[in-house]
Write a protein that binds this ligand. Structure first.
Ligand code: NAD
Length: 321
């Protein structure tokens, strides 16, 4: 098997590589050729850590693997990333491990790829202004990927602590886009596309904030109880997701579905749009939402791309188990 260290991963995959790998995984999920297995997530009762696995199999790509890891809140004090993960890939014919790949940078890239894929397929025609809520670790990656796949000339942003927005201003400047910090009503009114990427447990973006043709990629809600947007927004939107089972239980749609404001049957997997079995944004759709919950097949897809490139470029370390 090969080992690709966390240190080597950023040079082995870029935004475009992650976009292609995750698109193919979403497409295979929607056509029934790939499925995610039930997620395990447990509080360890040690170091305040949350630990778990995300796993799946893509029969079309013969991609089999597991991402294992979680959240260790004390890591920052040790100069380590709080989110820690590692992907193991297996040979689908024999079950033998084929690659061990550092998963921290890949998690950020595959999450950013998901919102970028939704923007590519669902942004309203002529979208020029991108709004982003949140300025934590993940926000920078979401912004980079969005600016790479769609031609925005302006980025407007809101964060609970506005001083953190400077990291996003730099990303916008690197892409030649104007940048402005704004309040929530301005963001909702002026943005054609909005990415939410906070760890909030209560709605921040309200229905009254959002007007005109808009696409919202809800990316922060990946756990039961988290919430970033008012359920009325979900109720009036045409909704898409990575996986319906996760969207209705732990994604942004969980609240509107539980309240009976959005039937689960009206939430479509984005892979169906990629496969052109669903038309995506319709001519009468004002608001579209993508509920990006994060699935194991995303992790496996980007780790496979990295492993293949590592072998091609001689970066992979070979070991015998
Ligand atoms: P982070 O801790 O670096 O940043 C958190 C952000 O949320 C900051 O901007 C902070 O100001 C904001 N925030 C926290 N509580 C808030 C509140 N009550 N109201 C408004 N803003 C609030 O985290 P991160 O790594 O940037 O991740 C952001 C979110 O994305 C987390 O919830 C994380 O679990 C989630 N996430 C989702 C996926 C996915 O696949 N969908 C993948 C990775 C991370």
């Amino acid at each position: 098997m090969i080992v690709v260290s966390e240190r080597d991963v950023p040079a082995l995959i870029d935004v475009g590589g992650a976009f292609d790998a995750v698109s193919a995984a979403f497409a295979a999920m929607a056509s029934g050729e790939a499925r995610n297995f039930p997620v395990v997530r447990e509080a360890l009762g040690h170091a305040d850590a949350l630990y778990g696995f995300k796993s799946g199999f893509d029969r079309k790509a013969l991609a089999l693997g597991v991402k294992s890891g979680g959240y260790w809140p004390g890591n920052a004090k040790r100069d380590l990333t709080n989110h820690q993960s590692t992907v193991i890939l297996f040979d689908a014919d024999t079950g033998q491990p084929s690659a061990l790949v550092g998963g921290n940078h890949l998690t950020a890239l595959r999450t950013a790829a998901a919102s970028a894929i939704s923007i590519h397929h669902l942004a309203p025609p002529g979208a020029r202004t991108l709004g982003i809520l949140g300025a934590g670790h993940q926000a920078r990656f979401q912004l980079q990927a969005a600016l790479a796949v769609h031609s925005f000339d302006r980025v407007i942003a809101w964060n609970r602590s506005p001083e953190k927005l400077s990291s996003l201003a730099k990303v916008a400047a690197d892409h030649g886009a104007a940048f402005a910090p704004v309040d929530l009503p301005t963001l909702g009114r002026e943005a054609d596309v909005i990415i939410t990427i906070t760890s909030s447990f209560a709605p921040i973006l309200m229905d009254a904030h959002v007007s005109g043709p808009t696409h919202i990629a809800c990316m922060g809600t990946d756990t039961i109880g988290k919430q970033e947007v008012e359920p009325a927004l979900i109720a009036r939107a045409r909704c898409f997701t990575d996986e319906v089972a996760q969207s209705v239980t732990l994604g942004e749609c969980q609240h509107a579905v539980a309240a009976g404001a959005k039937p689960a049957a009206e939430i479509t997997e984005i892979g169906a749009v990629i496969n052109a079995t669903h038309p995506g944004r319709g001519p009468d759709d004002v608001l579209t939402v993508f509920d990006g919950t994060g699935v194991g097949l995303q992790d496996i897809a980007v780790a496979r791309a990295v492993a293949a490139h590592a072998v091609e470029t001689g970066v992979a370390t070979k070991i015998d188990l």
